[in-house]
Design a protein around this ligand. Structure first.
Ligand code: ADP
Length: 456
């Protein structure tokens, strides 16, 4: 609005002033030229007499002047076109004539009351001496009315533009604030926890795009919220089972006074097993929270073989207990951009699962290989395998194919979800497939580490 107002003020002043100045200067030139023609014609006379001046003046063209006065050196009027009074012989009192008699060329013009009033006076010279003066006066209302007509049109145009822009500004701001208010109230509703709110903003402008994005964000929040609720309820459920077992076992010991020491030992060792399970679950929950946390360690170059060897070292006793052969085929110089902790979680969980779900006499093979762009780790076993209908869900939290078996094996249903999370964080991929001959094969691939510090 301010800009438009400024523009209108400029439009109403600058061009008018310019055209007025233009009119002034064109008048100055034309009146000066006309006065010069008169002065030159009269200067031929040498000495000015009323008759001679009258004769010369009658010969000159009608100059379109309102008044023409010729005076001698004493400012006595020798010729005057004024029709209202007879001034011949009287003394002219105009300052312009006095200045002209002093040898100056004078021009003066004003625009007032709808007309240009211009005066010009120049001396008449004969052989270097001033013998009189010519005074011209012009009252021009034509040009002035043209300028004031332009001025009037511009003013009307300005009022129109002003009114239109105020109207448009009001209408647009009303429309925009109304739409913004709709978004604001939607934000308030969603902030209070009603994620089902659906914002309906018509149109294809930025605000409706904002509304669309807002809906998607609310949907995302809803999913996250549901996931969080499910996670808390699943986690509590998982923790509840071993806690209930511990309570049951300890209650039986306390209530049964005559319990024989062998049964007590058995019960206490069961309590110990359940506690171990609790510890494992909480440890895995902590791993998940660490993976999702914001203060994560920055990735750096990690040699995968070193991490795999260390994990295998830890699992070897478990494999030995289960009568499982743990084989490995690891290529050197397989570096990726990750953290040792995350890689350890990946390798350990996969190999531990392979050992857990492979019966006595089976085999677990860990292979590490690199290509131009990728480093891939394969953990394959000859175990019980995973039914194809369960394959899409095994990376979900707390998902277990065979609950009883998993629990028996000390599983929590969190291992693969940790693996997937850690893999995705470092830009990798993980897939599980069933092997035809029986067993399961997990393949994890990472972009190989590039020296510039960039993973390809
Ligand atoms: P858990 O702690 O129960 O092992 P995971 O998230 O590690 O949980 O695995 C989810 C489920 O996927 C397991 O309960 C098991 O049924 C199945 N699973 C994982 N790895 C294997 C494997 N190598 N062979 C057969 N089944 C497996």
């Amino acid at each position: 609005m301010s800009l438009i107002l400024l523009l209108l003020v400029l439009l109403n002043t600058y061009p008018i002033r310019m055209s007025r100045n233009l009119a002034f200067s064109s008048k100055q030139t034309s009146m000066h030229n006309q006065a010069a023609v008169v002065a030159t014609s009269l200067s031929e006379l040498g000495r000015l007499t009323e008759d001679e001046v009258f004769k010369v003046m009658s010969l000159l063209d009608n100059m379109n002047m309102t008044r023409v006065i010729v005076t001698d050196t004493d400012a006595r009027i020798m010729f005057d076109t004024s029709e209202t009074e007879d001034n011949i012989g009287k003394y002219a009192v105009f300052s312009e004539i006095r200045n002209a008699l002093n040898g100056k060329d004078v021009f003066y013009s004003v625009l007032s009351e709808g007309a240009f009033m211009s005066r010009a006076a120049i001396p008449i010279r004969y052989r270097g001496t001033t013998i009189g003066a010519v005074y011209l006066y012009e009252y021009d209302s034509n040009q002035a009315s043209l300028i004031s007509a332009i001025q009037g049109t511009m003013l009307r145009f300005s009022y129109l533009v002003c009114a239109l822009s105020i109207l448009l500004a009001l209408v647009f701001s009303r429309i925009i604030t109304k739409r913004i208010n709709v978004i604001l109230s939607a934000i308030k509703v969603v902030r209070e926890g009603s994620y089902n709110y659906n914002l309906d903003l018509k149109g294809k402008d930025e605000l409706s795009q904002l509304g669309h994005e807002f809906n998607r964000m609310a949907e995302r929040l809803k999913t996250t919220d549901e996931m969080r609720r499910r996670f808390v309820s699943d986690a509590s459920h998982e923790l509840k089972t071993p806690l209930a077992a511990i309570k049951l076992l300890s209650d039986s010991i306390v209530q049964n006074e005559n319990m024989d020491p062998r049964t007590i030992r058995e019960f206490v060792s069961d309590i110990g097993r359940e506690s171990d399970r609790l510890a494992k679950i909480t440890e895995k929950l902590l791993s998940i929270s660490r993976l999702e946390g914001e203060k994560r360690e920055k990735p750096y170059k990690v040699d995968v073989k070193t991490v795999v060897l260390r994990a295998l070292q830890l699992i070897r006793p478990l494999a030995k207990d289960g009568g499982i052969e743990l084989k490995n085929e690891l290529e050197n110089d397989c570096a990726v951009l990750a953290t040792e902790d995350d890689l350890h979680q990946i390798v350990f969980n996969l190999v531990e699962n392979a050992v857990k779900y492979t019966p006595h006499g089976g085999e677990v093979r860990v292979t590490l290989a690199k290509s131009e762009t990728e480093v891939c780790l394969v953990v394959a076993d000859t175990g019980i395998g995973i039914p194809s209908e369960d394959l899409p869900y095994i990376f979900d939290r707390f998902y277990r194919v065979d609950k009883a078996r998993s629990r028996e094996a000390g599983g929590s249903g969190l291992g693969l979800s940790i693996v997937q999370h850690a893999v995705l964080i470092h830009g990798g991929t993980v897939k599980a497939e069933s092997v035809e001959t029986g067993g399961t094969k997990f393949t994890v691939c990472f972009p190989s580490y590039r020296e510039e510090g960039k993973a390809s």
